[in-house]
Ligand binder design. Structure first.
Ligand code: NAD
Length: 481
C-alpha cells in the first residue's frame, strides 16, 4: 500500500494541520491502494512562511551556482537509484502502462535532470557587458523568489522536475502542490529531495485539490506560479496572478496535428504515431490527435493507422504486454466515452473502437482505443482536447490546406510532419504555429525550449530558457573609466 502519514513542510516531515486524507484508488482494479494526507490552507501558509524565510534570510539564494548544481546532482543520483520502484508507483497510482512509466515517466525525468545539470554549468548567472554609452555593465540573473509549483497527474515527476529543478538551480524556494490523483508520486519526490539534503525551508510538498491550489496562487508570500494543467485552469490562474502582477508560466493543453505528406510511407507513419499519438494511453498534452492525410492517398494512410490502433493491447498497466492502460479516474473514462459519442453524433465515421469496455475487461476505468475517419476540423472531436486514446484522420487537399488545418486550432503545443524528404518536411514545419515539432517522429529535446503557442500556454521549459523562467534580470551600471 502507498501510505504516507505526514506532509513535507519546509524541508521536514510534519503532521498535517487536519486529518483530511486523499484515498488512492487503482484505475485498474478500482480497489484502494493507499492514502496520503490532504494538505489544507494552513499547511500552505506554513510552507510559504518557511520558503519565505529560506529565500529572504537563508543562505540558499546566495549560494554559488556550483553548490546548487551539486544539490540537484545528489537529487538525480537518489532518483536514479529508485527508478524501478518509482515507475511501478506511478503505474499503480495513475495507471500509466509500465512500459511508458519506464520510458516517458521516470526515463524522461532522468534525461531532463541530466540536461538541466549540463545547461546550468554553462548558464550566464552574471555577465559583463559593454554598455551602449561605452560604460561597463553587469547583467545578473537572480532567483525570482518563492515559487508555487502546481502539477497535473499525467506525468507527475516529469512535469514537476521541469519546474522544481530550474527553480532550485536558480536559487528559488519551492512549494509544490501535486494533483490529488497522484499524491504519493508527489510525496515520494519529497523523500528523494530530503535525501539530497537541501537547506531548511527550500522545498515543501503538499498534495491537495483545487481550493488549496488557489490559496497558493493567491498567497502574498509567493513570487511566481509555475503551472501545468488544463487550459481552463490555466486561464483562471493567469487571471489571479495578473491581479497581483505575480509572475506566471503556464503549460496547458494541446490538440496537435500530425501532417502526413503524400510521399510518406504509410506503415512508418502508423508505427511512429503509435508513440506520438497514444503514449500514456493518450493522456498526454503533446499527443498527435489530429492526423492530416492527403485526400488522394487517404485510404492508404487510414488503413495503416486503423491496423495499428486495432492491434493495440489494452489492460493491466503493470503488465509489460499492454500498450494502453486505464484512464486515471472514472470521471476521465466518462469524459473520453462522451467524446466518442460526440464524434458519432457529429457524423464522423467510426473505424476502430467505439463506446464500451475493451474486450476481455470488465473492471477498471478503461476505454477502447478509437479511430474516427472523415473528420472535419470543425467538429468538436477535432477541436477539443479529449485526453484519451481517441484519434481523428482529417483529409486535406494540398500542402497549403494541410498547414491551414494544422494552424486552425485554439492550441499550439506540438506537431509532426511525416515525409520521405526531410528538408521539405522542415519547410512545412516552419509554417506550423506550434511550440515543438518533429519530422518523422516526435521527440522532446531537453536542451531546447518546450512550450505552447496560443491557448497551449505562456513561457518555456527546458534548455537555458527553462532556467530563464525562474530568474529576474538585473542590470548594474558601473562608472566610466
Ligand atoms: P487540471 O488543470 O484539472 O489540474 C492541474 C493541477 O491544477 C492540479 O494539481 C489541480 O489540483 C490544480 N488546480 C485545479 N484548479 C485549480 C485552481 N483553480 N487553482 C489552482 N490550482 C488548481 O489538469 P489535470 O486534469 O490534472 O491534467 C490534465 C491537463 O494537463 C491536460 O489539459 C493536459 O493537456 C495538461 N498538461 C499539459 C502539459 C504541458 O506541458 N503543456 C503537460 C501535461 C499535462
Amino acid at each position: 500500500m502507498l501510505e504516507y502519514k505526514e506532509l513535507y513542510v519546509g524541508g521536514n516531515w510534519a503532521p498535517p494541520a487536519t486529518d483530511r486524507r486523499i484515498h488512492i484508488v487503482s484505475p485498474h482494479s478500482t480497489e484502494p491502494v493507499g492514502s496520503t494526507p490532504e494538505a489544507t490552507e494552513q499547511d500552505v501558509d506554513r510552507a510559504v512562511e518557511a520558503a519565505r524565510r529560506a529565500f529572504d534570510t537563508g543562505p540558499w539564494p546566495r549560494t554559488e551556482p556550483a553548490e546548487r548544481i551539486a544539490a540537484v546532482r545528489r537529487f538525480a543520483t537518489a532518483y536514479l537509484a529508485r527508478q524501478e520502484e518509482l515507475a511501478e508507483l506511478i503505474s499503480t497510482e495513475m495507471g500509466a502502462p509500465i512500459w511508458f512509466s519506464h520510458v516517458g515517466q521516470v526515463g524522461a525525468t532522468l534525461m531532463a535532470l541530466d540536461a538541466f545539470l549540463s545547461v546550468a554549468e554553462g548558464y550566464a548567472w552574471e555577465e559583463q557587458r559593454l554598455g551602449s554609452l561605452g560604460n561597463p555593465m553587469v547583467v545578473r540573473r537572480e532567483p525570482v523568489g518563492v515559487v508555487g509549483v502546481i502539477t497535473p497527474w499525467n506525468v507527475p515527476h516529469f512535469v514537476t522536475v521541469a519546474k522544481l529543478v530550474p527553480a532550485l538551480l536558480a536559487g528559488c524556494a519551492v512549494v509544490l502542490k501535486p494533483a490529488p490523483e497522484a499524491p504519493a508520486s508527489g510525496l515520494v519526490l519529497a523523500e528523494i529531495l530530503h535525501e539530497a539534503g537541501l537547506p531548511e525551508g527550500v522545498v515543501s510538498v503538499l498534495p491537495a485539490g483545487r481550493e488549496v491550489g488557489e490559496h497558493l496562487v493567491r498567497h502574498p508570500g509567493v513570487d511566481k506560479i509555475a503551472f501545468t494543467g488544463s487550459t481552463a485552469v490555466g486561464r483562471r490562474i493567469a487571471a489571479l496572478c495578473g491581479q497581483d502582477l505575480r509572475r506566471v508560466t503556464l503549460e496547458l493543453g494541446g490538440k496537435s496535428a500530425a501532417i502526413v505528406l503524400d510521399d510518406a510511407d504509410p506503415s512508418q507513419v502508423a508505427q511512429g504515431l503509435q508513440m506520438a499519438s497514444l503514449m500514456n494511453s493518450g493522456q498526454a498534452c503533446i499527443a498527435q490527435t489530429r492526423i492530416l492525410a492527403p485526400r488522394h492517398r487517404y485510404d492508404e494512410y487510414l488503413d495503416a493507422v486503423a491496423e495499428m490502433v486495432g492491434g493495440l493491447t489494452v489492460g493491466d498497466p503493470l503488465d509489460m504486454a499492454n500498450y494502453i492502460g486505464p484512464m486515471v479516474a472514472r470521471r476521465q473514462q466518462e469524459r473520453v466515452e462522451s467524446y466518442i459519442h460526440v464524434g458519432q453524433q457529429e457524423g464522423a465515421r467510426l473505424v476502430v473502437g467505439g463506446p464500451g469496455m475493451p474486450d476481455g475487461l470488465d473492471t477498471g476505468w478503461y476505454v477502447r482505443p478509437t479511430l474516427f475517419a472523415s473528420v472535419d476540423n470543425g467538429m468538436r472531436i477535432a477541436r477539443e482536447e479529449i485526453f484519451g486514446p481517441v484519434l481523428c484522420v482529417i483529409p486535406y487537399e494540398d500542402e497549403d490546406d494541410a498547414v491551414r488545418i494544422a494552424n486552425d486550432s485554439d492550441y499550439g503545443l506540438a506537431g509532426t510532419v511525416w515525409t520521405a524528404d526531410v528538408d521539405h518536411g522542415l519547410d512545412v514545419a516552419r509554417r506550423v504555429r506550434t511550440g515543438t515539432l518533429g519530422i518523422n517522429q516526435y521527440m522532446l529535446d531537453f536542451g531546447s525550449p518546450f512550450g505552447g503557442f496560443k491557448a497551449s500556454g505562456i513561457g518555456r521549459e527546458f534548455g537555458p530558457e527553462g532556467i530563464d523562467a525562474y530568474v529576474e534580470l538585473k542590470s548594474i551600471a558601473l562608472p566610466f573609466g
